[in-house]
Write a protein that binds this ligand. Structure first.
Ligand SMILES: *Cc1c(COP(=O)(O)O)cnc(C)c1O
Length: 404
């Protein structure tokens, strides 16, 4: 359990780059929706590592698959075939209805890979003049932290002093189909967008937005790239968030819960010939598609379906949302969510969301503030109705306090 000699928080602060500002809790164990700190205190995890631990902490079947594979073979590089990659392809294609798969590691790498692929598609298939490809993105987007990706962020914190950045991106407002129609030109190769903007504070676009977006992209031969790294794999109560509007992206990005939190695994999925433009030597990753990652991802996808986690996310998400809406507190400005991707936005006068998260911690709930005034709530998809009610009691107690 706890080591009496190491002050974990102080030691992190002394040696580590200070690029995070964690809540003051040191975790040492997790199981299902619960995590324990080094002193043995138990918390309900309402962040799930930003939706990477959707299947619950240390899911026994994913753990078993990982250990079994780790004993046999972990990494071959793509210089050789391995006996897990083909099965991973087959199973992720069957699950998502995709034709082609590109395995990567982090979410940001999947985004970068999609950008490279749609540009290549633009030049080789659509016929865009070399070097002229444009990609449309949305204001307040979050697609990761690589240089390419932060270059088209609109958050000064995210992009400040990291430039110069690559050209070729056009920013439009989120949820505004008319703005997309106006921004598309003959050199537009793709529209890259999150179905629900997670890091921006769980921003849900107006109903019908993605139906219009789909029509515009099809009409203009523009690839619709949906970043489902956070919304995908059951988080919103459907396998993919695109299903809420009955549309299909041309390119879908998955990550986070693709491994159930055991290992970085991401994937670019495509329904057409975008990935078909990549030929040997043109893109790659030492770890992408490694047998350990594939075995873990296969188990993570399997338990998601077999254990009914997607349906549970819809059911418990509705219960959680209703319960939050029932809390009468003048600290609350808005409550929103889809499935188990929920947020409580506080009135600016109610004080910083961080204070509320610290108060929740004292009551046994770990949640994370986003953007000063919003508390994000995203527990593992295995949460039960009783656990939702337990959490709601504590949210009600905290939200009716005033920390301004
Ligand atoms: C987390 C996230 C990413 C980046 O994933 P990393 O694994 O942190 O690189 C990209 N897009 C969205 C929508 C995300 O939530």
């Amino acid at each position: 359990m706890s080591s009496p000699v190491v002050d974990f928080i102080a030691t992190e602060a002394r040696f580590g780059a200070r690029n995070y500002e964690p809540i003051g809790v040191v975790l040492s164990r997790g199981e299902g929706v619960w995590v324990w700190d080094t002193e043995g205190n138990r918390y309900l995890d309402c962040l799930s590592a930003y939706s990477a631990v959707s299947q619950g902490h240390c899911h026994p079947k994913i753990l078993a698959a990982m250990v079994e594979q780790a004993h046999r073979l972990t990494l071959t590089s793509r210089a050789f075939h391995n006996d897990q990659l083909a099965l991973f392809y087959e199973e992720i294609a069957a699950l998502t209805g995709s034709h082609k798969v590109l395995p990567m590691n982090s979410g940001a790498e999947a985004v970068e890979s999609a950008i490279k692929s749609v540009r290549k598609w633009g030049y080789e298939v659509k016929g865009v003049p070399d070097g002229q490809a444009e990609i449309i993105v949305c204001a307040n987007n979050f697609h990761g932290r690589t240089l390419g990706v932060v270059g088209f962020s609109t958050d000064p914190e995210t992009r400040g002093h990291f430039g110069p950045f690559a050209p070729g991106f056009k920013v439009i407002p989120f949820g505004d189909a008319a703005a997309l129609a106006e921004a598309i030109n003959p050199n537009t190769v793709a529209f890259l967008v999150e179905p629900i903007q997670g890091e921006a504070g769980v921003v849900i676009p107006p109903a019908g937005y993605f139906t219009e977006v789909r029509e515009l992209c099809t009409a203009n031969n523009v690839m619709l790239v949906l970043d489902e790294i956070q919304t995908g794999l059951g988080r919103t109560g459907k396998l993919l968030a695109e299903q809420h509007e009955g549309i299909e992206a041309d390119v879908t990005l998955l990550g986070k819960a693709l491994s159930g939190g055991f290992y970085p695994v991401s994937a670019v999925l495509s329904n057409n010939d975008v990935l078909g433009t990549l030929r040997p030597g043109q893109h790659g990753s030492t770890f992408g598609g490694n047998p350990l990652a594939c075995a873990v991802a296969r188990a993570a996808m399997r338990v998601l379906v077999e254990e009914g986690m997607i349906e549970n996310a819809a059911r418990q998400g509705a219960r959680f949302l209703e319960g939050l809406k029932d809390i009468r507190a003048n600290t609350i400005r808005d409550v929103r969510g889809r499935g188990l991707m929920l947020a409580v936005e506080l009135h600016p006068e109610a004080g910083r969301a961080r204070r509320y998260c610290e108060a929740l911690q004292a009551k046994g709930i770990l949640a994370k503030d986003t953007h000063e005034h919003t508390i994000r709530i995203a527990p593992p998809l295995v949460i039960t109705g009783d656990q939702v009610d337990w959490a709601l009691e504590r949210f009600a107690a905290i939200l009716t306090q005033d920390f301004s």
